[in-house]
Ligand binder design. Structure first.
Ligand SMILES: Nc1ncnc2c1ncn2[C@@H]1O[C@H](COP(=O)(O)OP(=O)(O)OP(=O)(O)O)[C@@H](O)[C@H]1O
Ligand SMILES: [Mg+2]
Length: 788
């Protein structure tokens, strides 16, 4: 709207405004009009060219009457009505656009409304002199900053408006458009409207902004103070109230429960650390809703913690003579083992706190390792528990999972103690040799922590989080082989080896221990079933073949079952089982005596002796020679070491070809070495001697004497080196009815461990060099040789 055009407006309808409003040019804003004179003024404006004068009322209180001209300011804003919207109750809403500052030269009571004669004031004067321009700019910047500040202090201005205002370049517009957003009093706004120098207006606006900021700061301060007061005194109260409401909503946590836990904590004899931990968890439990998963986790934890035997123990029986009696009563033979155990118990008795070694029973299956452990517990008057470590790869199985895991549990040691309910049981850990290691940590290291008497009074399970004293537990370990026991564990153990049994021992065990035990288990009396010695021997030979007596035990159980059935059915009141009764009861024998032994001296087949997890065994090594190009093939799941020792054997045989009477050109044939029973992996160097004999036999076409068994490692130059497992290997040779055994000279001392009876039954040759072996093993006559 140009000044020229509005310049010709001598008289304007006057619209007085109150409510702290002062209308400025460059604004569009709505006005609510209800007073009769104002309504008439709006009407008049609409009838003419929509122009009217909006002027502020000096006395803001007079709202309901039409104000006198003397109550109005004399500077106002020429406005154009953009919109008129009728409202209920005769009122209207006007949207007006501010056009120009005007001064009222005279008010005049018109026919319909108050009118004013006005003069245009023009736009405020901007600075011209350079220093004034600089000042003006500085003021603009200061105004913008101040405005931003009040917005930050919490002045409610929509962000898009803030953006618009801060982007305004013209100082005059900036003032005009910013002012309605300030909470300044009417007088101050009116003064600004009347200020006709830009820099003065800016300065004035700046002061208004400062005052606004000050007010906002004080408001904020007050609010913070109020909030602090509330938070200190009432926050807790409010939270508790809220919590109560939630709990009653979810069903109240049984206060009985909490009381029970509390009582248990007080009476179960927990360690100080555990008590503290339990109380902490209990406090948490009280404050969370009982149906939340977290609550279940805490309860489970508290139960686990409280059910541990913190203080429960059995009283040790300290009578060594009685202990000896019990061991004797439960087990036949095992003289060395029993002696060692008695010594061990004696030392423990003398020094209760003795940090003795950890006993480890090593031997083939079924030789009584577990059952002697049970006897030890019985002899000491302790409870017995057993945990198998076979296949344990995860450290957490020993030491538990951290509770952050859902469904986490304590490790097996803690779990087992909780089950057994005393802190001093005899605790047997079976199959330490079958423990593994992988990315989930090293279970052996965790196990060591549990076993080591130096540190196991502070055993920490990840789940429990508090230490538990394991020092009163008597740990016993068992293993079938020593080789695969993790070395750090092996270091701390005292190994007690269990030999395989010979026939005499087995017979005594079967007659005096296994049979009576099975009779009792099947509800038979000694009168109802008798078993002759020849029958027991026939069972051992024909139905079982083992170092221990596990299968023997089972087969006797089968006999008892069959007989019990007949007795129960009334077909017989008592039975005497002799050899002839076995086939009807058990079916045909599974083993023919001497079955593994060759039926005749054979070319290319030699009987080796091996030591496996099941004790000693006979291992036939076969060599085949076929036309070919000098290749060596090996089959039967042989390990690397065994393959290398086959190479060494071949090299040696080739170097001695002439002396051995070998006419075959080795380049013209392929050699195939096979070790039967391919499903079982085999390894180790102790078959070196046997392979050499089989190779030499095959190539020289000289048969091997079938009743000779052998073991020993060889070097490329033919020296025979000592090997392990001599006792069990010799027992195996005896079991398989061999007549001679060839052993390395350096193993001579190991023969002491072999029962005299067995030693007498066999011819034992000690050798230093493979040539001696070949001499002993190869038959001189080739007359009855077959195969190859
Ligand atoms: N010397 C013995 N006197 C009496 N019974 C025995 C004897 N040796 C073993 N037994 C009996 O043989 C059975 C098997 O023994 P046990 O279970 O203790 O074997 P193990 O050595 O623990 O074998 P594994 O290595 O397989 O665990 C048991 O019933 C045990 O009572
Ligand atoms: Mg066992």
């Amino acid at each position: 709207m140009s000044r020229a055009k509005s310049g010709g407006v001598p008289r304007l309808p006057v619209l007085p405004v109150h409510d702290g409003l002062v209308v400025f040019p460059n604004q569009a804003l709505p006005l609510y009009v209800g007073r009769p004179a104002s309504l008439r003024a709006a009407e008049a404006a609409m009838e003419r060219d929509r122009l009217l004068l909006v002027v502020a009322q000096q006395n803001q209180d007079t709202t309901d009457v039409d104000p006198e001209p003397g109550a109005l300011y004399r500077v106002g804003c020429l406005c154009r009505v953009l919109q008129l919207v009728p409202l209920p109750d005769e009122a209207i809403r006007l949207v007006v656009e501010g056009l120009e500052r005007v001064r009222v030269t005279r008010y005049h009571r018109g026919a319909a409304c108050l009118e004013a004669h006005v003069a245009l004031l023009g736009e405020p004067v901007a600075a011209v002199a350079p220093e004034d321009v600089v000042r003006e700019r500085a003021l603009v910047r200061s105004v913008r900053e101040a405005f931003e500040e009040i917005c930050e202090l919490g002045k409610a201005v929509p962000p898009e408006v803030v953006g618009h205002l801060l982007s305004l370049e013209e100082p005059d517009r900036l003032v005009n458009q910013m002012i309605p957003h300030l909470g300044a009093p009417v007088e101050a706004k009116q003064r600004l409207l009347e200020t006709l120098v830009v820099s003065d207006a800016l300065l004035h606006l700046r002061l208004l902004l400062e005052r606004e900021a000050e007010v906002l700061r004080i408001e904020r301060e007050i609010e913070n103070q109020v909030r602090r007061e509330v938070s200190d005194s009432q926050k807790e109260y409010i939270l508790r109230e809220r919590l109560k409401a939630i709990q009653s909503e979810l069903g109240q946590l049984g206060s009985d429960d909490v009381a029970n836990f509390r009582e248990a904590i007080a009476t179960r004899g927990l360690s100080e650390e555990a008590t503290e931990k339990a109380n902490k968890e209990l406090a948490r439990l009280e404050h969370i809703p009982p149906s939340s998963p977290e609550s279940v986790v805490i309860r489970t934890y508290l139960e686990a913690l409280l059910e541990l035997p913190w203080n429960e123990r059995t009283t040790d029986s300290l009578d060594i003579a009685a202990a000896e009696g019990i061991l004797e009563e439960d087990h036949h033979g095992l003289r060395d083992v029993k002696e060692r155990i008695i010594e061990f118990l004696a030392v423990r008795q003398l020094r209760q706190q003795a940090k003795g070694p950890i006993l480890c029973f090593v031997g083939p299956p079924g030789v009584g390792k577990t059952s002697i452990g049970k006897s030890i517990a019985r002899a000491m008057g302790r409870k017995f528990v057993r945990v198998s470590l076979g296949g344990v790869r995860d450290e957490a199985e020993i030491r538990g999972h951290r509770r952050t895991y859902i469904g986490s549990l304590p490790g097996r040691i803690i779990q087992t103690l909780r089950q057994v309910g005393v802190k001093n049981p005899v605790f047997m850990l079976d199959e330490v040799d079958k423990i593994g290691t992988d990315f989930r940590g090293d279970p052996a290291a965790a196990l060591l922590e549990a076993l080591d008497p130096e540190q196991n009074n502070q055993f920490s399970d990840h789940y429990l989080e508090v230490r538990f004293d394991l020092s009163e537990v008597m740990f016993l370990l068992t293993a079938n082989l020593l080789d695969t026991i993790p070395p750090p564990l092996l270091d701390r153990m005292e190994v007690i080896e269990f030999a395989g049994y010979i026939e005499d021992e087995k017979l005594a065990i079967a007659r005096d221990y296994l049979l009576p035990k099975q009779l009792a288990e099947h509800g038979l009396s000694g009168a109802q079933l008798t078993c002759t010695d020849p029958a027991l021997l026939a069972i051992m030979r024909g139905y079982t073949r083992e170092a221990g007596v596990r299968n023997l035990d089972r087969t006797i159980a089968r006999v008892c079952r069959k007989v019990a059935r007949e007795v129960a059915a009334g077909r017989a009141s008592s039975q005497r089982v002799g050899r002839s009764r076995l086939e009807p009861l058990l079916g045909p024998p599974r083993y023919v005596p001497g079955h593994e032994k060759e039926q005749r001296d054979t070319i290319g087949v030699a009987a080796g002796l091996a030591y496996t997890a099941t004790g000693g065994s006979l291992l036939a090594i076969e060599v085949g020679v076929v036309p070919g190009s000098g290749e060596l093939r090996l089959t039967g799941r042989l390990g690397e070491v065994m393959k290398e020792s086959a190479q060494a054997a071949l090299t040696y045989v080739r170097s001695r070809a002439e002396r051995l009477g070998i006419n075959t050109d080795i380049k013209q044939v392929d050699l195939h070495i096979h070790v039967p029973e391919g499903a079982t992996p085999k390894d180790g160097p102790s078959a070196g001697v046997t392979m050499t004999v089989a190779l030499a036999s095959a190539l020289a076409a000289r048969p091997v004497r079938r009743e000779v068994a052998m073991t020993g490692e060889i070097t490329l130059r033919g020296r025979v080196l000592p090997v392990g497992g001599i006792r069990d290997k010799v027992l195996a040779a005896y079991r398989h009815e061999m007549s001679a055994v060839i052993l390395p000279e350096d193993n001579r001392s190991d023969l002491q461990e072999v029962p005299t009876r067995v030693r007498r039954a066999l011819t034992i040759h000690f050798v230093r060099h493979i040539d001696e072996v070949l001499e002993l093993a190869l038959a001189t006559s080739t007359g009855d040789a077959t195969g190859g």
